[in-house]
Design a binder for this molecule. Structure first.
Ligand SMILES: *[C@@H]1O[C@H](CO)[C@@H](O)[C@H](O)[C@H]1NC(C)=O
Ligand SMILES: *[C@@H]1O[C@H](CO)[C@@H](O)[C@H](O)[C@H]1NC(C)=O
Ligand SMILES: *[C@@H]1O[C@H](CO)[C@@H](O)[C@H](O)[C@H]1NC(C)=O
Ligand SMILES: *[C@@H]1O[C@H](CO)[C@@H](O)[C@H](O)[C@H]1NC(C)=O
Ligand SMILES: *[C@@H]1O[C@H](CO)[C@@H](O)[C@H](O)[C@H]1NC(C)=O
Ligand SMILES: *[C@@H]1O[C@H](CO)[C@@H](O)[C@H](O)[C@H]1NC(C)=O
Length: 765
């Protein structure tokens, strides 16, 4: 089906504002809200109902096979293998996020479990959503022993978009030690966050207690610092604490901690527990005290001369929160991903620590932080846990059959507690994921109070920061009008002009006006957010652009429809219609949704625009920018602001299409699918009739005004070096904005400047 887009009147582009890592930031703020004042917010994701938690454990467990354990009534238990069948395994595998089961095991193949045998004689039909919907003898009713524990082998392919909230790693026994904290004894240290030094206290089921420091080693400290979000430890002045602690009444619960240093949780270290009330069990010792070294992101300005460095060849992408994301590594000049085979908490911890976080909370498999699009560099990474970088760990080079991006590895790291979530809150929304934003601030009388934010400058990127700060994940939407939410207890407007880049840890790091200045200061125009556990992520296939580029001199008589839709540059109006032609730079673009939620236009169907000439609806006013830039970044061809109809042209295996343009169909791009605009469809071009020969940069930006939320905007832009000799055109070095190393990107940017120099070698195909 044919698609086209509409070009808006070219606004003179002042390139002010923020420079995104990839592209020049677009200047036109989205004004959708003012055009459609009666728009109601799209429904937020329904809060997840409590689902049955399932995990794989035992040995030799892999991420997709193991003994099945269910969490019921606060306790993990197993399933007996009596009557077990592949249909049961299918239900369990899908619950774990895999597409299906390839087998199941009996007789405790992965070792015997402990505790309850929760289910017996389970007989599923195979289509159930959860194992507790299948027929069985009932919870806890079994005549089996753990010798009969059932296991499953799942097909190593994730359900696209599966949200991992019910699966946790079985490595840590949370019953022993639930939490660890540091209690500072120096009063001045108490106010400053993060807390990096103090007496170690562990929370176990009856309360908080200290650890006896007899036979304490630096390895124990390393584990504790990791749990608290710190990559390294420091030496403690023990004498200082000794004086102080001798005067305290101490309560010990744990002694003889013997960590190897590679554990991700204290509970994984060999421990001995004291008898109840044994206050004297630490004869000759004192409460363990540790001091940790925060990563660079968390060092407040404290005059530290030597800031620790973080790795520049590893990064996290696509995570909602600080310290989580898909693992990407730099090899040569290009970033690539890591395959999840044998991906472990130890390897994940190495990544976390080298990035300045603590140890890993979770090692995620199956592209649970979205898929990458570039090369896959590593497989079967097997870190011990002490390595300084993932590059120092044993791994296998990848061959193309080994792995696909659906297996991209990701991490969630422990990050230090900074308290940022307590200085903002949501009010008035229908669920805890949405509401008017309130910030805590000092009023003129010097008292702390909650107040609203002016909605005028409020958009997706500001909402991203707010949702991150609240710990609520990604932004689904930044809302500029909040009159439809409960307004019984609205507060005053105390902040305006908020502008964020989207990467900030908290709103306090964003710009805002010094004094409140808001044209519509009523509470109904206060800023709000709708947050979400998942988000889409669009990215363009750069190599396809490079492969399909060509020039066409298209006769004007074939361009009436295009002219009507503003797809030609201004000088076309002075042409002698229908005689003559326009010179068009044409290429195909294939836009993939590699995120974890479908990409849907922000505007509802009622506001879609009918394009009679091309015979379909446009759902987004501006979906992409096509530009040709000179060496200094100015546009040499009139920029196209293209709107499209959005649909699933095709999908990766196992994903079905859901969106299509025809017949006023639903528009969008499903996770795992792509929307292809072939080089030969109308308006899929840049009109270069007025462009002189030379070297340029071709730049394509998707969703340039951040109109629709995504998990990652740094990959929304694609750039190519472009050489035009007046007759032919060559593209080379086409790449996504965040794909190259900084150095390679600098070299790339220099290219147009070499206008009169020798032509660089061109990859001509
Ligand atoms: C521990 O102390 C509590 C009260 O402090 C007491 O009731 C209990 O009997 C003591 N237990 C033991 C084993 O001494
Ligand atoms: C991977 O391949 C590179 C060359 O591409 C080679 O230098 C390296 O030793 C290989 N690593 C492993 C672990 O096989
Ligand atoms: C400051 O205090 C005065 C007197 O108590 C009060 O009238 C005023 O409303 C207060 N201002 C704010 C912003 O709370
Ligand atoms: C408004 O404030 C009052 C008093 O603080 C409280 O009782 C009430 O529940 C609040 N209403 C809402 C909708 O939060
Ligand atoms: C991008 O396009 C190239 C060239 O047509 C193709 O080989 C490749 O599979 C595409 N990439 C993806 C991720 O679809
Ligand atoms: C940028 O370069 C173009 C020619 O490529 C020139 O016409 C223009 O004046 C330059 N602009 C600036 C701001 O240097």
């Amino acid at each position: 089906m044919e698609k086209s887009r509409r070009r808006e009147k070219l606004a003179v582009s002042l390139l002010f504002g923020l420079l995104l890592p990839c592209c020049l930031a677009q200047t036109t703020p989205s004004n959708t809200a003012t055009r459609t004042p009666t728009r109601t917010p799209t429904p937020s994701p329904s809060p997840q109902t409590e689902r049955l938690r399932v995990r794989l454990s035992g040995y030799p467990r892999k991420h997709n096979e193991g003994r099945v354990e269910l969490f019921y009534k606060g306790e993990w238990g197993t399933i007996c293998d009596d009557d077990f069948a592949i249909a049961n395994a299918n239900v369990l595998c899908r619950q774990l996020g895999f597409v299906e089961a390839t087998g199941w095991t009996h007789s405790a193949k992965y070792g015997k479990g402990q505790g309850k045998i929760w289910l017996d004689n389970v007989q599923c039909n195979g289509g159930e959503r959860s194992i507790d919907s299948c027929k069985s003898r009932g919870w806890g009713n079994s005549d089996c022993t753990h010798d009969e524990d059932a296991g499953v082998v799942c097909k190593d392919e994730r359900i696209p978009g599966f949200v991992e909230s019910n699966v946790i790693d079985a490595q840590v026994d949370e019953k022993q030690i639930e939490e660890v904290r540091l209690r500072p004894v120096v009063t001045t240290a108490r106010k400053k966050l993060p807390i990096t030094e103090g007496v170690v206290e562990v929370k176990y089921k009856d309360g908080w207690a200290q650890i006896c420091d007899l036979r304490w080693t630096i390895k124990n400290t390393h584990v504790i610092c990791g749990m608290l979000g710190f990559p390294h430890e420091r030496k403690v002045n023990k004498n200082f604490y000794k004086l102080y602690l001798e005067r305290q009444k101490n309560h010990f619960h744990v002694h003889s901690v013997a960590c190897a240093g590679t554990e991700i949780h204290l509970a994984a270290c060999p421990l001995e527990f004291s008898k109840p009330n044994a206050t004297s069990s630490c004869e000759g010792g004192m409460p363990a005290v540790v001091s940790c070294m925060p990563g660079p992101l968390f060092i407040q300005n404290n005059g530290l001369k030597k800031k620790p460095k973080i790795s520049n060849n590893v990064r996290l992408k696509g995570g909602a929160k600080l310290g989580e994301g898909r693992v990407e590594v730099l090899k040569g000049n290009e970033w690539g991903t890591v395959c999840d085979d044998r991906w472990s908490l130890q390897s994940a911890s190495v990544v976390c620590r080298e990035l300045g976080f603590g140890s890993a909370k979770e090692a995620l498999t199956g592209a649970r932080m979205g898929q990458g699009i570039g090369p896959i560099y590593m497989n079967e990474v097997k870190c011990v846990g002490q390595e300084r970088s993932i590059w120092n760990c044993p791994f296998k080079n990848i061959t193309s059959e080994d792995c696909q991006h659906v297996e991209d590895a990701a991490v969630r790291c422990n990050v230090p507690y900074m308290g940022v979530e307590h200085s903002i809150r949501l009010a008035g929304g229908r669920t805890r994921y949405e509401g008017r934003l309130e910030v805590l601030s000092l009023d003129s009388n010097g008292t702390l109070s909650w107040g609203l934010i002016c909605g005028e400058t409020w958009n997706t990127r500001e909402a991203m920061v707010a949702c991150r700060q609240l710990g609520l994940g990604y932004a689904n939407q930044g809302v500029q009008e909040t009159w439809y939410w409960d307004s019984s207890n609205v507060t005053e407007m105390i902040m305006s002009g908020v502008k964020c880049t989207g990467n900030e840890m908290s709103l306090s790091q964003c710009q805002h006006h010094k004094t409140v200045s808001c044209q519509k200061a009523a509470a109904k125009f206060a800023a709000g957010v709708i947050c979400s556990d998942t988000a889409s992520d669009l990215v363009l296939n750069a190599s396809l652009v490079q492969q399909t580029v060509y020039i066409e001199d298209r006769p004007l008589h074939m361009l009436y429809c295009a002219a009507e839709e503003d797809c030609l540059s201004k000088t076309a109006a002075q042409a002698n219609w229908p005689y003559g032609h326009r010179r068009l730079l044409r290429f195909s673009s294939q836009i993939h949704n590699i995120g974890r939620a479908d990409f849907k236009p922000k505007a509802g169907r009622h506001s879609w625009v009918w394009h009679a000439c091309h015979g379909h609806y446009h759902s987004m006013d501006i979906f992409t920018h096509y530009d040709l830039l000179s060496g200094n970044g100015t546009k040499v061809a009139e920029g196209h602001k293209a709107s499209f109809c959005l649909e699933d042209t095709d999908c990766q295996e196992g994903v079905s299409k859901r969106y299509e343009c025809a017949n006023f169909g639903n528009q969008g791009i499903t996770v795992g699918c792509w929307d292809l605009y072939r080089h030969d469809i109308d308006c899929q071009w840049i009109d270069i009739t007025d462009v002189k020969p030379g070297n340029y940069i071709l730049q394509i930006v998707i969703n340039p005004n951040y109109e629709v939320a995504e998990s990652d905007f740094t990959n929304n832009c694609m750039k190519c070096n472009c050489k035009y000799d007046g007759h032919r055109i060559w593209l080379h070095n086409c790449h996504i904005g965040d794909a190259f190393s900084e150095e390679a990107e600098r070299r790339f940017e220099k290219y147009p400047g070499q206008l009169n120099n020798q032509i660089p070698s061109i990859n001509q195909q």
